[in-house]
Design a protein around this ligand. Structure first.
Ligand SMILES: NC(=O)c1ccc[n+]([C@@H]2O[C@H](COP(=O)([O-])OP(=O)(O)OC[C@H]3O[C@@H](n4cnc5c(N)ncnc54)[C@H](OP(=O)(O)O)[C@@H]3O)[C@@H](O)[C@H]2O)c1
Length: 328
């Protein structure tokens, strides 16, 4: 396998490099790209110091890479992902740029990884909040059908990249500067993630409306999200209310169904938190499942947003695609 990582010096990029090593992925060719600011620095990959190269429009010749995994933001993906795909690579993109393009795949491998067989081109990684939410209830959807979702998120500052984390850390030291967030994030919560739209929803919230429909292959699912930034470094949390189409019977039955989901742990512990339980892991934790009847339930879920919500999902897409298409 010949692999390029674009955005290799960022929060998601560095984590993808770490996850590749943890999963024992040893491509015969690996190259790292970033902006000119990081060009010439090195990133460790196993025992090798790989020099970071500047990504330029004058990119490598066709046929150089089997895969390009990207986490350099939507504007870089918009111009560069089609170039990489035209030059023969399968592109796995972490930005929001291609997710709702009907001609591109939007993949959580545990749910719709079957679509990767025979596919060439750009594959979008879903939004971090969407990934952990759909993993938390996918088996319930498969068995009983999900009709309505009401979700409130508690999203870590690392979701806004290195600069998001730096802003919280600086405010902890007394800074009053707010650049990444609309209000101080230290000792506060900020009910805005991404830009506001004319109808009052934010772009982040609309990702949680549209992306689950595409991943779960059901355009009738109605989602009502409120997305909120909290002063946590790593790990998003979500309070999710779900209405099912068919009755699910007892809570025990519901829990048994949820427990069949790969990479999800349904915890008996009532207090599962992002910093203590989820940060640094590749697991989505579901807890506090409760209900008053057999058609509606509440669930609390936590996952590491940079890993489960981005890097690990991207590497899982890579490995699944390679397996299904015989790429070694
Ligand atoms: N953080 C999360 O939880 C999360 C979750 C899901 C999706 N994402 C998405 O993943 C992407 C990256 O996020 P992040 O949090 O890793 O951001 P980040 O920490 O700010 O890193 C950005 C990366 O992109 C590189 N870059 C910037 N401009 C570039 C250019 N013109 N050409 C090539 N490389 C360029 C940067 O390189 P330099 O070092 O040279 O600046 C850096 O490696 C974004 O699209 C984000 O929405 C993030």
């Amino acid at each position: 396998m010949r692999l390029a990582v674009v955005g290799a010096t960022g929060e998601v990029g560095r984590t993808m490099v770490r996850v590749l090593q943890e999963q024992g992925v040893r491509p015969e060719v690996i190259r790292f790209f970033a902006s000119k600011n990081s060009a010439g620095t090195t990133v460790k990959f196993f025992d090798q110091d790989v020099t970071v190269e500047e990504l330029t429009p004058d990119w490598v010749p066709a046929g150089t890479f089997d895969y390009v995994i990207m986490s350099a933001g939507a504007s870089v993906s918009r111009w560069f992902a089609p170039i990489a795909a035209e030059r023969g690579a399968t592109v796995i993109d972490n930005s929001s740029c291609w997710r709702m393009d009907p001609a591109k795949l939007l993949v959580v491998p545990e749910i719709n990884g079957d679509l990767l067989k025979g596919y060439r081109g750009i594959i979008a990684n879903p939004n971090c909040s969407t990934i952990q939410m759909v993993l938390g209830f996918y088996k319930v959807h498969e068995k009983f059908g999900i009709k309505t979702i009401v979700v409130s998120t508690y999203q870590a500052v690392s979701g806004a990249g290195r600069r998001g984390m730096d802003e919280l850390l600086a405010q902890e030291q007394g800074s009053t500067e707010c650049k990444k967030f609309a209000a101080p994030i230290f000792r506060n919560v900020v009910p805005q993630i991404d830009d506001f739209l004319p109808d009052g929803f934010t772009k982040e919230e609309m990702k949680m409306v549209n992306e689950p429909r595409k991943i779960l292959r059901d355009d009738s699912i109605m989602s009502w999200p409120t997305t909120v930034r909290v002063p946590v470094l790593y790990g998003h949390s979500e309070s999710v209310f779900v209405e099912t189409r068919e009755p699910f019977g007892t809570i025990e039955n519901l829990l048994d169904v949820m427990r069949t989901q790969e990479h999800v742990v349904v915890s008996d512990h009532p207090v599962v938190t992002p910093a203590v339980d989820a940060a640094g892991t590749d697991t989505t934790f579901v807890s506090r499942v409760r209900s008053f009847d057999d058609r509606h339930f509440l669930q609390w879920n936590v996952a590491d947003n940079v890993r489960v919500g981005a890097a690990t999902n991207a590497v899982r897409i890579l490995l699944k695609h390679a397996e299904l298409n015989g790429i070694r």
